[in-house]
Design a protein around this ligand. Sequence first.
Ligand SMILES: Cc1cc2nc3c(=O)[nH]c(=O)nc-3n(C[C@H](O)[C@H](O)[C@H](O)COP(=O)(O)OP(=O)(O)OC[C@H]3O[C@@H](n4cnc5c(N)ncnc54)[C@H](O)[C@@H]3O)c2cc1C
Length: 404
Amino acid sequence: MTRTINDIVIAGAGQAGARAAEALRARGFKGSITMIGDEPHPPYERPQLSKAMLQSAGTSVAYIKRAQDWNETLDIRIETGAAAIDGDADRRVVATADGRSFAFDALLLATGTRPRRLPALEDAQIEVQYLRNIEDALRFRRHIHSRSRIVIVGGGVIGLEAACAAAKGGCDVTVIETEARLLPRAFPIAISDLVAKRHRSHGVAFVFGATVTGSSSRAVTLSNGTEIAADLVLVGIGVTPSADLAVRLGLPVADGIAVDACGRTAAPGIFCAGDVALQRSRCHGRAIRVETWANAQNQAISVAGNMIGESREYGDPPWFWTDQYDLNIQVVGDMRDADRITRGDPDSGRFSTIAMRGTELVGALSVNSAKDMAMLRRIVAADARPQRADLESPGYDLRAALKT
Ligand SMILES: Cc1cc2nc3c(=O)[nH]c(=O)nc-3n(C[C@H](O)[C@H](O)[C@H](O)COP(=O)(O)OP(=O)(O)OC[C@H]3O[C@@H](n4cnc5c(N)ncnc54)[C@H](O)[C@@H]3O)c2cc1C
């Protein structure tokens, strides 16, 4: 028998939680919605934390909505500063750390991820920080001034955006990366080299093939034996899913909370969206967690409808962007293990790279070519099959690919 949905609880008041709550009201859901978030803020989006908020001391946080708009306009109750730590999937109840219980007919787990910690810097004397929330961004910003010596561990997107802000602010910046190149997970080598070159031209130094193994109060020691003086170490070595509540609820958890194409977990009435959701990706050919702004928004909106009786599968290809200096780089789908076709002239600073596996266009990357990327996103989403020879032809209009 289908259960009537009167009370919805959302655990996690980040981007996915907030967009799901809005979508529920937009679809006409009239029952109660309670969003439980362990941060002391109403929901906000995180891309600003490594971009606008670090660029100038005067930039304030942009919230998704003001706290009173959630309550008064949307009639959504937000419990900030409250961690949902326990629950019972059969009795349909979650409990917060301060001892309160929240009954639900449907629950959305939108608990996101948290920074992966670097054991070598636990209990270090030197100042160490991560970059995940507003407090982290404000703290990092306080260190952005000339003569500040900043070591960044991890040459991924977040570390590099922080490096960019710090270099532009006059800091002496060194990035330590264990792999032999930057952004090894998602970017082709040519793009890694392009990004490294741009950083070097702004004075950023790199150490590849090494990690931090220890520290003193004013320096870090690397695995290759060198010591680098530092006033602050920012660690950006990836994230781990915040799935403790899901474990307490008895749900299967691997590298995230397993969901089907509609965002349903293994327990009836419990759904999941955003960074923490482990869902099959057509482009990748396996289940992955997608740690992007677009996924946190669009997957959550799609899953919200399913919580109130729709049955809509979500299959948007993963898409993200990064801004560093004058480079806007966007990636859709999966660029790894594929043949690549370049469109445009890399020397001009504007071009796109298309990834093909056999006849399938599985991903694309654009550098300062947002218009191309808008079309490539549609092509990947539509699972279109343009001919390789056409894509290689400089005059080929990408719009034609949508008709293939
Ligand atoms: C610095 C930074 C820059 C980024 N820049 C980009 C970008 O340029 N482009 C892009 O595509 N993506 C970017 N991202 C990624 C994007 O912000 C994330 O994919 C998105 O925030 C995921 O949203 P979410 O709601 O799933 O998770 P989160 O944003 O992590 O929100 C989850 C919330 O749940 C809370 N929570 C966790 N456990 C509990 C619990 N038990 N009880 C209550 N609350 C709980 C967390 O504290 C958090 O507030 C960036 C991320 C960061 C950190």
